[in-house]
Design a protein around this ligand. Structure first.
Ligand code: GDP
Length: 328
C-alpha cells in the first residue's frame, strides 16, 4: 500500500546506549525473532538502516545508532538524518543504572530539537520485565522527572517527551510501537472515526486495524484498549500466519480472495479477522449472539474497506461484484 505517492517516507530513529536493547526491539517487532534468541545478538557497532516498507504497511526506516558512536562528530550528517525523522525513540535500560543514559538522552534530544522541532520524542523505559509493578511506576516517575527537569533547566520548555514502559518478553513493546507509529499517520483520526462507526453499527465490541507483519495496530475504535484483548488479537494473527505458512496455497495469496479467519473462544466471544489490504487486517472481538448477524457485519466490513482504501488513496479498479481489489 502506498500512502499517497507524494508522501515522503516518515522515518523512525532508534537510539540509546549500547546493550540497551535496540536491536532486540527491532528484531522482535519487525523480524519475528523470539525474545530468547536476542540473548545471542551481536552488539551493533554501526548505523543500521532497516527498511521495513517492502513487506509492511508501515513505511518507515529504523536506524539503529549504537551508543558508542559519537553523533556529534562531523562524519555523521546529523542534520540530514534528523530533518527526515518523524519520531526518535530513545531506549533506556531500566535494569541498569540509567544516569549515563539520561545524560545521553538530554544531549541527543536538545540537539535533535534544534535541528528539527517537529520530531516526536518517545522514551522507551525498557527491560521492565525484571521489575515489580511498584518499581516500574517509581522508575518511570524518576526518569521522566529527571529528564524533564534537565530540559527545563536548559530552557527547552516546549519540548515534550512521551514515556512508555516496555519489554520484549510481553506485548508492551508492540503496544508502545503502535502508539509511536499512530502519531505518524496523518489520517489517524479519520481511521478511528471509521472504526468507531463500524463498531456501533455491527454489534462488535472492539476492533483493531493491524499491520500484519509487525502486529502493530495502526488504529482502533474509540473504546479503551485493554491489553488482554490486544494480546488475543496478536495471538490470532500468529496462528493465522503459521497456518498460512504451513498449509497456505501460494497461488491463493496473490489471488483476489480476501483472507478470513474465525476463532470461537470458550467465553462465548468470537475473534473475527478479515483482510483489508495486502498489509492490513481488521480483527474484531464480538459476542456469539452478535455473530448471527454476520451478513450485516460483512457488508459493513466491505464499506469500511472501501473507505480505508480511499483514505489511503489506494489505486482501485471497480469490479463487477462491487469489490475493490488493490493493485500493485
Ligand atoms: P543494543 O546494543 O542496544 O542493540 O542491545 P541488544 O539488542 O543487543 O540487547 C542487549 C541485551 O539486552 C540482549 O542480551 C537482550 O537479550 C537483552 N534485552 C533486550 N530487550 C530486553 C527486555 O525487554 N528484557 C530483558 N530482560 N532483556 C532484554
Amino acid at each position: 500500500v502506498a500512502v499517497s505517492s507524494g508522501d515522503v517516507k516518515p522515518r523512525i530513529l532508534i537510539m540509546g546506549l549500547r546493550r540497551s536493547g535496540k536491536s532486540s526491539i527491532q528484531k522482535v517487532v519487525f523480524h519475528k525473532m523470539s525474545p530468547n534468541e536476542t540473548l545471542f545478538l551481536e552488539s551493533t557497532a554501526k548505523i543500521s538502516k532497516d527498511d521495513v516498507s517492502n513487506n509492511s504497511f508501515i513505511n518507515f526506516q529504523i536506524w539503529d545508532i549504537p551508543g558508542q558512536i559519537d553523533l556529534f562528530e562531523p562524519t555523521y550528517d546529523l542534520g540530514m538524518i534528523l530533518s527526515g525523522t518523524g519520531a526518535l525513540i530513545f531506549v533506556v535500560d531500566a535494569q541498569d543504572d540509567y544516569m549515563e543514559a539520561l545524560t545521553c538522552l538530554h544531549r541527543i534530544v536538545s540537539k535533535a530539537y534544534s535541528v528539527n522541532p517537529h520530531i516526536r520524542f518517545e522514551i522507551f523505559i525498557h527491560k521492565v520485565d525484571g521489575l515489580s509493578d511498584d518499581h516500574k511506576i517509581e522508575t518511570q516517575r524518576d526518569i521522566s522527572q529527571r529528564a524533564n527537569e534537565e530540559l527545563h533547566e536548559s530552557g527547552l520548555n516546549d519540548l515534550h517527551l512521551s514515556f512508555y514502559l516496555t519489554s520484549i518478553y510481553d506485548h508492551s513493546i508492540f503496544e508502545a510501537f503502535s502508539k509511536v507509529v499512530q502519531k505518524l499517520i496523518p489520517q489517524l483520526s479519520t481511521l478511528e472515526n471509521l472504526l468507531s462507526i463500524f463498531v456501533q453499527n455491527s454489534g462488535v465490541e472492539k476492533t483493531f486495524l493491524f499491520d500484519i507483519t509487525s502486529k502493530i495496530y495502526v488504529a482502533t475504535d474509540g473504546s479503551p484498549v485493554d491489553m488482554q484483548s490486544y494480546e488475543l488479537c496478536c495471538e490470532m494473527i500468529d496462528v493465522m500466519m503459521d497456518m498460512t505458512c504451513i498449509y497456505g496455497d501460494e497461488s491463493e495469496s496473490t489471488s483476489e480472495q480476501d483472507s478470513t479467519c474465525i476463532i470461537r473462544l470458550n467465553n462465548s466471544s468470537i475473534l473475527y479477522l478479515r483482510e483489508i489490504t495486502r498489509f492490513l487486517v481488521l480483527v474484531c472481538i464480538l459476542r456469539d449472539e452478535a455473530f448471527t448477524k454476520r451478513g450485516i457485519i460483512n457488508y459493513n466490513i466491505l464499506c469500511l474497506q472501501n473507505a480505508i482504501h480511499s483514505v489511503f488513496d489506494v489505486r482501485r479498479t471497480a469490479k463487477l461484484n462491487g469489490q475493490l481489489p488493490i493493485e500493485g
